[in-house]
Design a protein around this ligand. Structure first.
Ligand SMILES: *[C@@H]1O[C@H](CO)[C@@H](O)[C@H](O)[C@H]1NC(C)=O
Ligand SMILES: *[C@@H]1O[C@H](CO)[C@@H](O)[C@H](O)[C@H]1NC(C)=O
Ligand SMILES: *[C@@H]1O[C@H](CO)[C@@H](O)[C@H](O)[C@H]1NC(C)=O
Ligand SMILES: *[C@@H]1O[C@H](CO)[C@@H](O)[C@H](O)[C@H]1NC(C)=O
Ligand SMILES: CC(=O)N[C@H]1CO[C@H](CO)[C@@H](O)[C@@H]1O
Length: 387
């Protein structure tokens, strides 16, 4: 309680004390939640193509507008990461590129426009594809790695650039979108991630879009492993992610950081402290004059995790290198399932129950550990940006 009070005072005072406090105080511009559901309904080992294209509102859905109302009107957050599946946006019969399934796009655009235009919040556009395309049946491991020139069935880096050019073109006049290049690349050369990221940035800027871009690294873009090899000896993200070129200087690093033993978000116990695990990343960001958004993190329904989440969000608020965060996850069709942090935690969708018939993580994790850390002075207007 004491800590919370202190933090509110600091944020409330930020504008008046700017010159005194800016060195010590970070500036979180975006705070919010993942809206997951657009990628659902395809997991079926051994059955590639299962659930494609899928049925809107049955196999997949993007948001519940009433939920968005609760988060914006009552919780005062300003940031939603909205997932979709590239195999639905670009059906396999079209291939990855600039030809979209207009039905799926319009369903997605309706969610994005509701968040941004009706509610005035920022929406992070998230192709939830692990930098792979053509077989989501065993995500995160199935599908050809984009740009793998040894795989004749793989989409090319150029196609990925065309895909982003088209997506950005369609949102070019919406200042409140943020472009997340891809969810959690892993087990691929880090140099190829950078090539694909660069193709996406080029496509977005060539479309005339000026909004904030988030670029992921390797190893599921984990912050704790930023300076480590991941997969089968793939180079650390820290060796390459600083080489991206954005002519508008409006690209930040996209980081995921879970707090359980293996950083997966699969366990209900929190044992990995974010402040020490992110220390290298923070220094690297500062050295390269870069910013980061933690677009996925989470913790289970227990006091220990509440403390770990509070420690993490306090750390992000205190370090200028971090400009936003969104917790995993709410979404309209999780039901009693748990997107993160043990089977009994439940989702962050307001008003739902967990698998035991008890209130879900919106009532527990969100109210105990997230709500007290929602800054009062989030960015409310203007083109999404680093400041
Ligand atoms: C949307 O959310 C509202 C408010 O929590 C709830 O009453 C309603 O049942 C939800 N609709 C769907 C389709 O889940
Ligand atoms: C496009 O999406 C709609 C809605 O899911 C689906 O009915 C249709 O078959 C899809 N078209 C293609 C070519 O996949
Ligand atoms: C690229 O494709 C080749 C041939 O299918 C495969 O052996 C290799 O593992 C792929 N590389 C990655 C990073 O997936
Ligand atoms: C990565 O950074 C951490 C924290 O600074 C440090 O303890 C660790 O030794 C570094 N690992 C490598 C491989 O450089
Ligand atoms: C840690 C975590 O919750 N990861 C999830 C990321 O999103 C995919 C797709 O919805 C889930 O399958 C993962 O479990």
């Amino acid at each position: 309680m004491c800590i919370i009070y202190h933090k509110m005072f600091l944020f409330g005072s930020l504008t008046t004390l700017l010159s005194v406090t800016s060195a010590a105080l970070g500036k979180i511009l975006y705070a919010g939640v993942n809206e997951s559901g657009g990628e659902f309904g395809v997991f079926a080992p051994g059955q590639p193509g299962f659930g494609l294209p899928g049925r809107f509102g049955v196999d997949y859905a993007f948001i519940n507008k009433s939920t968005i109302d609760i988060f914006v009107d009552q919780e005062k957050i300003n940031f939603f990461r909205v997932t979709f599946l590239m195999e639905r946006m670009c059906p396999l019969s079209f291939g990855l590129g600039s030809r979209f399934n207009e039905t799926y796009f319009s369903e997605y655009a309706d969610a994005i426009n509701y968040i941004t235009e009706t509610k005035g919040a920022y929406a992070l556009i998230d192709p939830h594809n692990y930098m792979r395309y053509n077989d989501p049946s065993q995500q995160p491991f199935s599908g050809s790695v984009i740009g793998n020139t040894s795989d004749p069935t793989a989409a090319t880096t150029a196609q990925f650039g065309q895909f982003w050019h088209e997506l950005a073109r369609r949102f070019v006049n919406n200042p409140k979108v943020v472009f997340g290049i891809n969810n959690e690349p892993h087990d691929m050369p880090t140099q190829l991630i950078v090539q694909n990221n660069q193709a996406a940035i080029n496509g977005i800027r060539q479309a005339g879009a000026r909004q904030l871009i988030l670029a992921p690294g390797n190893g599921f873009t984990g912050g704790h492993s930023w300076n480590q090899t991941t997969g089968a000896n793939d180079a650390p993200s820290s060796e390459f992610l600083n080489t991206l070129v954005d002519p508008l200087h409006n690209t930040a690093i996209d980081i995921h950081e879970y707090l359980d033993i293996d950083f997966s978000g699969g366990h209900d116990e929190c044992t990995q402290p974010a402040p020490s695990n992110l220390a290298f990343l923070t220094t690297w960001l500062r050295q390269h004059n870069l910013k980061a958004v933690i677009s996925e993190f989470g913790g289970g329904n227990n006091q220990n995790c509440f403390q770990f989440i509070d420690d993490m969000l306090s750390y992000l608020a205190a370090n200028d290198e971090y400009i936003g965060w969104s917790i995993w996850a709410a979404g309209p069709i999780w039901g009693t399932a748990s997107p993160c942090c043990g089977a009994d935690t439940g989702s962050l969708e307001p008003g739902m129950l967990n698998d035991l018939g008890q209130p879900d993580a919106f009532t527990t994790v969100w109210s105990q550990a997230v709500r007290p850390n929602i800054p009062k002075n989030l960015k409310r207007a203007g083109v999404s940006s680093l400041s």
